[in-house]
Design a protein around this ligand. Structure first.
Ligand code: NAP
Length: 867
């Protein structure tokens, strides 16, 4: 019985939503001995499976994987009748779970939350419902699902239609009978694609209005997959464990086959196998690079289109059904049963809204730019205000009167997708910034619920009343979420992942794409470090360990993992010859770097013999002269050659439009300090003197280098200035060595674990220069005279022992009146910025480098010869 409005009910926790996440949250909170009230506007449990009762609605993750696993008995008790269970069967399952654990007694149905406000005085939430009741609680948990707020029909005249109107997302409990009717379906996402074949069975005429053609594979539904059942039978715990640490929440071995390098036979074989398997995580795993490399993605997409053309008999309809204009996977792919075949039925028609857009809905039907259609029923399968819609609509107001809607006006901001600063004790299950919709939801739900339950237990045990993320931790996580998305093709699509389906919604990538296992690790690390990034308060005092839990670029972290897995010997344990051989062997496995117009090799007369060089000329319409960049490779004065930095030189050449002359200088220990520096000066002088012959513009000469190469580039600038020439237009110093002092904080922070280590730097110095020489400006340019040097671009990487000396050099140049651009390679290591084609997150840094090179030269445009 409801209490009178004047006596608010008090519970420990209010949970909104009685779907998969709300039910399990209730179960876990009860286990902690907390009093709980679950509110749901539906008439029963089920969440998404309560509302989405449209014909054909079924799971599109194999249901053997789409179930609770927290209780092994429950896990064994329920048997799914099909590989992909229907909506009624899943709803039955959730009812069974609710009854099995006696959950209903704490759930209030048909109860809509109208607002929730944080009371700072009481340190409680005040939650009000549509019935006017108020409930006060310490913890407020939104278990409202990611796809629960239907998108309003943003089509002119929608309210005018006099016939029957249906939304797939709010299907009537009694169902709908379309027998003998003229039916319109608007929308061809997962819901539309599932419903269309079944509606076609009843309707006398079915017209599908498609705005964007979608990628869909046949489900090949049938009995639960024998392979999975076998694995579960043999080792259920092992299988579930693997799912929890997998990428998508299902144990799928990620392939290492690259689409761009695989043979045609392998490509076909892999695609056909995934098509036959009929599983979304399979078709998303045809190639390792399909989510990041447009060329690889195109291969998969084209094979899709071939399939569609082979199924759909009318060529025009087939072509309209072929997805174009977005990369495969970047909009949620679909799973279907006879979807494309449906268009071969004589009473089914596809209207391509790209060719004839809807002008308005009329009283009798739909009017497009070309035609008027009469209908008895319109079915909207137009989707959801995904991931944020339900949360924002619930009118949540945190500390200082700030509402979630206001805070998220420019896009959601969360820590781990679980909490948001300014809203103490407010938890989101599968919120934005967590893997949620990119994963098997049940695995992600269990992980979130377990995390929240563990957190509340810890708070209680440690005597804290509130928990809330810090602004720093939250913005760091938001950055990480966007960094993960940015290395993929996903942000390019107008998808609901990007909020692009709702007019006016900020364009932000909403879920976390780094993977379920990686995400779980981040959550565990946060707890392991004493709730890192959270502030906890209580009568006994506050506690906060502030910081950013993931600062490294995700692809840099992947490369480090790969390198660690290779178990290579530490370079400093090798002889110079062996270290060179190892470096050459690893370089041979890299992507080659971009195509350039021309590559030629030659020699420069050096002070002690010829110095080999490699010249890169940009591709492009103009044959005219270009600015010239003299480049010096990295390798600690010991390693490296013309091949070692070849991809980076190609990238610099292609981006900047300059001729790049990469010079191989003498190496230590055979030729110690100052041989490399003197060679660098000689090379710059020679290139300047021969600029015209090399295709350069006289007087437009810059130097560049990475690591020790940047060291000698910087030294060459000082030597050239002192020698009265040549005039150098700019110096690009990527992660330079500029000092021999290893006591700066970046050595302490990054001296181990990021490829260039303190031990390796010592090894380099020992090979290159006697201790007595390590203060000479020709070895350590930071200690030289700096006024009068060319403008500089200094690139420093966060996880580089050399970071702080690079910053120091930039500051010192600035103080000396030299124009400086300091570019921070955020989340990068000493080596990762140079990994062209491998570390995608390095590309924006190299784009900044490109800008800097443009600034060095008076005219960035190539100039024509004047005869
Ligand atoms: P959706 O993927 O957002 O699809 C909505 C469709 O409606 C799209 O084709 C969209 O076109 C179209 N549309 C929207 N507004 C329109 C307008 N004003 N005029 C014309 N067309 C319009 O929504 P959904 O199909 O409901 O699926 C949403 C998500 O729910 C799925 O991606 C999936 O994650 C989940 N889902 C899962 C299952 C399952 O597990 N079995 C089933 C259904 C849904 P545009 O693409 O051009 O915007």
């Amino acid at each position: 019985m409801n209490k009178p409005a004047s006596v608010p009910e008090q519970v420990d926790a209010v949970v909104v939503g009685a779907g998969f996440s709300g039910l399990y949250m209730l179960y876990r909170l009860r286990q902690l001995g907390l009093s709980v009230k679950v509110l749901d506007s539906a008439g029963d449990v089920g969440g998404t499976w309560y509302w989405n009762r449209y014909p054909g609605a079924r799971c599109d993750v194999p249901t053997t994987d789409y179930a609770y696993t927290f209780d092994p008995e429950l896990d064994q008790e329920w048997t799914w009748s099909e590989k992909y269970a229907t909506q009624p069967e899943i709803l039955d399952y959730l009812r069974f779970v609710a009854d099995r654990y006696g959950l209903r007694s704490d759930i209030e149905f048909s109860a809509t939350v109208t607002s929730a406000r944080w009371d700072e005085q009481e340190k409680r939430w005040r939650v009000t419902t549509g019935r006017g009741t108020e409930i006060r609680c310490r913890y407020y948990v939104m278990a409202t699902g990611c796809l629960s707020m239907p998108k309003s029909p943003d089509i002119e005249g929608a309210s005018r239609f006099a016939g029957q109107v249906y939304f797939t997302s709010r299907w009537p409990g009694e169902g709908a009978d379309f027998t003998g009717q003229r039916v319109a379906v608007i929308g061809t996402g997962s819901s539309g694609i599932q419903a269309i074949p079944l509606i076609a069975r009843q309707a006398s005429q079915l017209t599908v209005f498609q705005r964007t053609a979608n990628f869909s594979i046949p489900a090949h539904n049938g009995p639960a997959p024998a392979g999975t059942l076998k694995q579960l039978g043999e080792d259920r715990d092992g299988y579930r464990h693997a799912a929890r640490w997998s990428r998508g929440g299902i144990p799928v071995e990620p392939t290492d086959v690259l689409g761009v390098t695989a043979s045609e036979a392998v490509r076909r074989e892999r695609f056909e196998a995934a098509w036959e398997l009929g599983e979304l995580f399979g078709i998303l795993n045809v190639f390792a690079d399909q989510a990041v490399n447009p060329a690889s993605n195109d291969i998969v997409a084209e094979m899709f289109r071939e399939k569609i053309r082979s199924i759909v008999t009318d060529p025009e309809t087939a072509e309209a059904l072929c997805p174009k204009g977005h990369y495969f996977g970047t909009k949620r792919p679909c799973l279907d049963t006879g979807y494309f075949e449906t268009y071969n039925l004589p009473h089914v028609r596809l209207v391509d809204l790209r060719k004839q857009p809807i002008i308005s809905i009329t009283q009798d039907g739909i009017e497009t730019a070309d035609e008027s259609f009469g209908f008895d029923a319109i079915v909207y399968a137009t989707g959801f205000d995904a991931m944020t819609g339900a949360m924002v609509a619930a009118d949540v107001t945190g500390r200082d009167g700030l509402s979630l809607k206001e805070k998220w006006a420019a896009g959601p901001s969360t820590y781990l997708g679980l909490m948001t600063a300014g809203f103490p004790n407010f938890f989101m299950l599968t919120g934005p910034g967590s893997p949620s919709v990119l994963s098997n939801m049940t695995v992600s739900i269990e992980q979130h619920v377990d995390w929240v339950a563990g957190c509340l237990k810890d708070l209680r045990e440690e005597g804290f009343e509130t928990i809330e993320p810090t602004a720093l931790a939250e913005s760091g996580w938001n950055q990480h979420v966007q960094d993960c998305a940015a290395i993929t093709l996903y942000p390019t699509a107008n998808s609901w992942y990007m909020g692009a389906n709702v007019p006016g919604k900020p364009r932000v990538f909403l879920p976390y794409i780094g993977g379920v296992g990686a995400y779980r690790q981040a959550c565990d690390d946060v707890v392991g470090q004493g709730y890192f990034g959270f502030r906890m308060t209580g009568p006994g005092g506050d506690r906060c360990r502030d910081g950013v839990i993931r600062r490294m670029q995700p692809d840099v972290a992947m490369v480090l993992d790969l390198v660690a897995a290779m178990g290579m010997p530490a370079t400093e344990s090798l002889s110079a010859a062996d270290a060179r051989a190892l470096m050459a062997a690893t370089a041979a496995t890299r992507p080659p770097g971009p195509e350039v117009g021309e590559v030629t090799d030659g020699v420069i007369p050096g002070p002690a013999g010829d110095l080999p060089y490699r010249l890169y000329r940009p591709a492009g319409p103009s044959e005219g002269p270009r600015p010239v960049v003299v480049y010096f490779h990295g390798g600690g004065w010991v390693l490296g050659n013309l091949d070692s930095d070849d991809p980076l030189c190609r990238d610099l050449c292609e981006r900047s439009g300059a001729v790049v002359v990469s010079v191989n200088y003498r190496h230590a220990p055979e030729d110690r300090f100052p041989a490399a520096a003197l060679d660098a000066l000689a090379a710059v002088q020679w290139v300047d003197a021969n600029a015209v012959e090399l295709g350069g513009i006289p007087g437009q000469l810059a130097v560049a280098g990475w690591s020790a190469g940047a060291n000698i580039a910087a030294v060459a600038c000082q030597l050239a200035r002192d020698a009265g020439g040549p005039r150098i237009s700019g110096q690009l110093l990527i992660c330079p060595v500029v000092d021999s002092d290893m006591t700066r904080p970046s050595y302490a922070e990054n001296g181990d674990g990021y490829i260039l280590t303190t031990a390796l730097m010592r090894w380099f110095w020992d090979h290159y220069a006697d201790p007595a020489d390590r203060g000479d400006p020709r070895a350590v340019p930071l200690r030289g005279d700096l006024p009068g040097l060319p403008p500089a671009c200094v690139v420093t990487a966060d996880f580089d022992p050399l970071r702080d000396e690079g910053v120091a050099y930039a500051r010192a140049l600035e103080t000396a009146g030299v124009p400086v651009r300091l570019t921070r390679a955020r989340g990068h290591t000493h080596t990762s910025v140079t990994m062209v084609g491998m570390v995608i997150s390095g590309a924006p840094v190299r784009a900044e480098i490109e800008e800097a090179l443009g600034d060095f030269f008076p005219s960035p445009q190539p100039q024509e010869f004047v005869s």
